[in-house]
Ligand binder design. Structure first.
Ligand SMILES: C[S@@+](CC[C@H](N)C(=O)[O-])C[C@H]1O[C@@H](n2cnc3c(N)ncnc32)[C@H](O)[C@@H]1O
Length: 243
């Protein structure tokens, strides 16, 4: 947590300068900016209490508020939240912003109908803490929907070239914590499913994002387009809190 906070405090300004133009096209998922109207992971959010779990500059929260949700953007980094405050004020939408760690979110049990993020806290905090925490925060029937790098991306990542290759680079079994510039988390698919079920979630979908042949990105290092057309580089889990 400390390493990630340091990283995001140090890089918030540069990150928003580089990626702000792509992220300002609201309501789009992931490194290739695939529109929610095509992906349909969130459904109708009108009237819902929604928590963006690691919101960065809150571009998704602004979009959610525009769709009629009561949106709360939460992030670990004061630097990221400073950008969020500017964008929220500019957008003139009612988004509440909170600085907190997703592993210990400062909200009462059953405060939200939807907890979501796009390469947010579900990528940078330990799922063995965030999945129970999301279960606590959600009302029965509420949904946890998040986009993260895929397990394929993890096992194919080649340190020498700093990009995913078409060969397996590391074991799939045992993946959990990846300590590099940031500390990232990833689990084998079966472990995700067992973790969801142990915390009262039913799996609704695993949406493997595939960019179009002409997709562009401000995150070119994440995966070459040709790779991401052949293998899922990122995927959205959608799970529902049972009664
Ligand atoms: C890649 S940004 C995601 C935000 C936005 N969707 C985007 O793509 O820019 C990752 C965000 O997660 C936040 N984050 C990392 N660890 C966190 C934690 N434990 N709790 C809350 N936020 C966290 C970082 O501060 C950062 O703003």
């Amino acid at each position: 947590m400390r390493k990630n906070r340091r990283y995001w405090e140090a890089s918030a300004d540069a990150y928003q300068t580089q990626h702000g133009p792509q992220l300002s096209r609201l309501g789009r998922w992931g490194t290739w900016g695939i529109p929610e109207r095509r992906v349909r992971a969130l459904g109708d959010v009108r009237g819902l209490d929604v928590l963006e779990y690691g919101c960065g500059a809150a571009q998704w929260s602004i979009w959610l508020a525009r769709q009629g949700a009561r949106a709360v953007g939460m992030d670990l980094s004061a630097g990221q939240l400073a950008h969020a405050r500017t964008l929220v004020a500019r957008a003139r939408v009612p988004v509440r912003l909170v600085q907190a760690d997703a592993e210990r979110a400062p909200f009462a049990d059953r405060s939200f109908d939807l907890v979501m993020c796009d390469h947010g806290a579900m990528s940078f905090a330990d799922p063995y803490r965030t999945v129970p925490e999301a279960a606590r925060l959600l009302r029965p029937g509420g949904r946890l929907v998040f986009n993260i790098a895929s397990a394929w991306h993890f096992v194919c990542w080649e340190n020498e070239t700093d990009r995913p290759s078409d060969r397996l680079q590391r074991p799939y079994f045992g993946m959990r914590r990846w300590d590099e510039e940031t500390v990232d988390f990833q689990l084998p698919y079966g472990e995700w499913i067992r973790l969801f079920r142990r915390n009262g979630f039913a799996v609704e979908d695993l949406i493997e994002l595939r960019p179009s042949p002409s997709a562009r990105t401000t995150y070119p290092w994440f995966a070459p387009l040709a790779w991401a057309r052949r293998f899922p580089a990122e995927n959205i889990w959608a799970v529902r809190r049972e009664g």
